[in-house]
Design a protein around this ligand. Structure first.
Ligand SMILES: [Zn+2]
Ligand SMILES: [Zn+2]
Ligand SMILES: [Zn+2]
Length: 142
C-alpha cells in the first residue's frame, strides 16, 4: 500500500465519525493532494478497508462519507441543527434484509441507511415538552 493510502486508512481507522473526502483532504494537507485522497478512498473501499454512504443535509448539501471497516458495520445519525454524527450502534436490520431477499428473490450485498433529526442537546427541554403537548392535543381531538 502506498504511503498516502496507508495515511488515509489510518485516519479512517482512528476517526470516531464518518469523514467526507474533503475532511480527509484537510487532515492530509501537506501529505498529499485531494486527487490522491479521492483515489485512496476509492482504493480502500474497493479493497474492503472502508465503506461509504451518501448523506444529504439541507445545510451542507449531499456528500459521500467514509468509515473504516475495522469496526463492525454500523449506522449513523446526523443532527440537522449542530451537524454532528452520532453512532447508532451495530447494524440490527440483518433479519429484515434477509426477509426482503427471500421475498424479492435477490441477493443483497450492500445497503446504506442513516437517520437525521435532532440530537439530545438540540432537542432541548423546551422542544421535548412542545412535542408532548402537541401529542396530547392530537389525542384530545380523537
Ligand atoms: Zn445537535
Ligand atoms: Zn449537516
Ligand atoms: Zn446495516
Amino acid at each position: 500500500m502506498t504511503k498516502a493510502r496507508k495515511g488515509v486508512k489510518r485516519l479512517l481507522d482512528e476517526a470516531e465519525k464518518p469523514l467526507s473526502a474533503l475532511d480527509v483532504g484537510t487532515l492530509m494537507e501537506g501529505v498529499c493532494d485531494l486527487a490522491t485522497v479521492y483515489r485512496s478512498l476509492h482504493y480502500l473501499e474497493e479493497n474492503g478497508f472502508a465503506e461509504s454512504f451518501v448523506l444529504h443535509c439541507s445545510a451542507h448539501g449531499t456528500e459521500r462519507y467514509y468509515v473504516s471497516r475495522k469496526a463492525p458495520h454500523r449506522h449513523w445519525f446526523h443532527c440537522e441543527r449542530c451537524h454532528r454524527f452520532i453512532d447508532l450502534g451495530a447494524c440490527r436490520i440483518g433479519a429484515i434484509l434477509k426477509s426482503m431477499e427471500s421475498e424479492a428473490g435477490v441477493l443483497i450485498r450492500h445497503h446504506a441507511l442513516y437517520a437525521t433529526g435532532l440530537c439530545e442537546g438540540c432537542r432541548g427541554e423546551d422542544s421535548v415538552s412542545e412535542l408532548v403537548e402537541k401529542e396530547r392535543g392530537e389525542e384530545g381531538r380523537e
